[in-house]
Design a protein around this ligand. Structure first.
Ligand SMILES: *Cc1c(COP(=O)(O)O)cnc(C)c1O
Length: 508
């Protein structure tokens, strides 16, 4: 396990304040060899403290050990397998971090004159060209800070586009298997959300779509591959139905890992697409840190994209290389704000530039062939696991899958063990749980996404753990209850933990 502190030690990590010992210091300065003046004589009265600071007094090693231990209480992809479906928890290569930490980037100020930021602008510009190549869309904005933010940006573009055409459409259609952010983004933008039920194959029901996509519906939000890990094989027909009714197709591209380098949503007829750099393009996830959810649009929707746009001066366009990449010279790139139909800004400056540097590094280090291989291995790994588990768990949809698959613990539930119990038990085997209870259309669902970065040995070890759990449930279900046993905390009351967080570590 990743979070052992050493068995002889108390697993309780106190608060840093509780480690405080009067007079203990991280470092001390040598005695001053010039005359000192009290701080009261140097600062205005109103800036002086009236109460003592209640900071902990600790040594450097106390601080380092404290935070290192806390960091090890987290389950992370750098220590263990993390098959969290839909989230694409692939390993993030460290070379991405090296590139993002280069001083030429970290020391840039966003208000610096563009003439001094040509390198960074070139990177953003070139990255947009790469996303266009991969997705088949005509233009991208890199501003949105997450997938959900990309969805909101997309919805705002749809609204602006419909208004410009003088149409008032009130509804957005969303399949019942969609990620919760989809209906939320549409609703936040003032749309009424209508769910389309999936058919027996787990795909969008074409007939129902045809019947219910009326002149009052602005767009269909579709996820492809969908959240069951299945490719919406009728996507071209789906786009035609929507377009014939005057609507737009928004594609949630969070699952682009399965398609990248192989098929392009732009070629399928999609009008707007978001990508998650923190999933498909190997930038760090979560922890409250920045993500990035660029959105790509068709030529028709380009005028509505957020500003500023990074552009190459027309006269200098001839200098852009044949492959669409540009050479570097002093004033090639500029920021253009003059787009009268633009929805405006959606993020300060140009989005989370540091994330874009990481994703750009990832794409350059993979190259065209590597991007394609990553997609293929993601699909291969998922099918390998699916095949190994199919005798032990119900898999309600599909015979093969894309980059992920959804099992149902319905059979196990019959023995009194839920998907949640299985998820917790996996922690005792050193694995993060799959996504559970999503998508909502599968009872006791567990959504498994191994990603391309895992070796066959890791996949086998995970499959063995899942099989062992299934066998235990048949023979002695009690061992799967009351788990995990090996982690620093067991099973908190999740609702209460969120409402009344108790930050002090306590022995169980
Ligand atoms: C992750 C995900 C989202 C939302 O992306 P965030 O970056 O978490 O906001 C939307 N749809 C699907 C299918 C996803 O997997």
């Amino acid at each position: 396990m990743s979070f052992k502190h050493g068995d002889s030690m108390n697993p309780i990590e106190p608060l840093i304040f509780e480690k405080s010992s009067p007079g203990r210091r991280g470092f001390t300065f040598p005695a001053c060899d010039v005359s000192e003046k009290p701080v009261m004589n140097l600062l205005p009265q109103n800036m002086l403290r009236t109460q003592e600071t209640k900071l902990p007094e600790v040594s450097e090693v106390d601080v380092v050990r404290h935070f290192t231990r806390i960091s090890q209480l987290n389950f992370c992809v750098d220590t263990n397998f993390y098959p969290l479906g839909s989230c694409t928890m692939k390993y993030n290569p460290k070379v991405n971090e090296d590139a993002a930490r280069m001083e030429g980037f970290t020391k840039l100020h966003p208000y610096q004159p563009v003439g001094q930021c040509q390198g960074a602008l070139k990177l953003l510009y070139d990255f947009e060209q790469m996303l266009k190549d991969i997705s088949g869309m005509s233009a991208f904005t890199l501003q949105p800070a997450a997938g959900a933010h990309g969805e909101l940006t997309g919805m705002l573009i749809i609204r602006a586009y419909m208004e410009k055409k003088g149409e008032t459409r009130h509804k957005i259609m969303v399949p019942d298997s969609a990620h919760g952010t989809n209906p939320a983004s549409a609703a936040l933008c003032g749309y009424e959300v209508e769910a389309i039920p999936s058919n027996a194959e787990g795909l969008v029901d074409i007939k129902k779509l045809k019947d219910s996509f009326t002149r009052d519906t602005a767009a269909l939000m579709i996820t492809n591959p969908n959240t069951l890990g299945l490719f919406e094989k009728d996507i071209v027909e789906i786009c035609t139905i929507v377009h014939d009714a005057g609507g737009l197709v928004y594609c949630d591209g969070a699952n682009m890992n399965a398609l990248m380098g192989i098929a392009r949503p732009g070629d399928m007829g999609v009008d707007i697409l978001h990508l998650n750099l923190h999933k498909t393009f190997s930038t760090p996830h979560g922890g409250g840190g920045p993500g990035a959810g660029p959105i790509g649009v068709t030529e028709e929707l380009r005028p509505f994209l957020p500003v500023p746009r990074i552009e190459v001066s027309a006269a200098e366009k001839t200098m852009v290389g044949e492959n669409g990449r540009s050479p570097l010279c002093s004033d090639l790139f500029h920021l253009k704000y003059n787009y009268p139909d633009s929805i405006g800004r959606v993020r300060a400056f140009y989005g989370h530039a540091g994330m874009i540097i990481r994703a750009y590094t990832y794409l350059l280090s993979l190259g065209k062939e590597g991007v394609c291989k990553a997609g293929e291995y993601a699909v291969l790994n998922a099918n390998y696991l699916r095949h190994k588990l199919k005798e032990y768990y119900d898999i309600p949809y599909g015979k093969t899958c894309m980059h992920e698959f959804v099992i149902s613990a319905k059979r196990q539930k019959g023995k009194g063990v839920s998907a949640l119990d299985i998820a917790k038990k996996l922690l005792d085997y050193g694995f993060h749980a799959p996504t559970i209870y999503f998508p909502l259309i599968v009872e006791e669902s567990m959504m498994i996404e191994p990603t391309e970065t895992e070796s066959r040995e890791t996949l086998d070890a995970f499959a063995d753990a899942m099989i062992r759990i299934a066998t235990d449930i048949e023979q002695r279900p009690e061992v799967v209850h009351n788990t995990p046993q090996t982690t620093p905390i067991g099973r908190p009351d999740e609702v209460r933990a969120a409402r009344e967080p108790k930050l002090r570590w306590e022995k169980r």
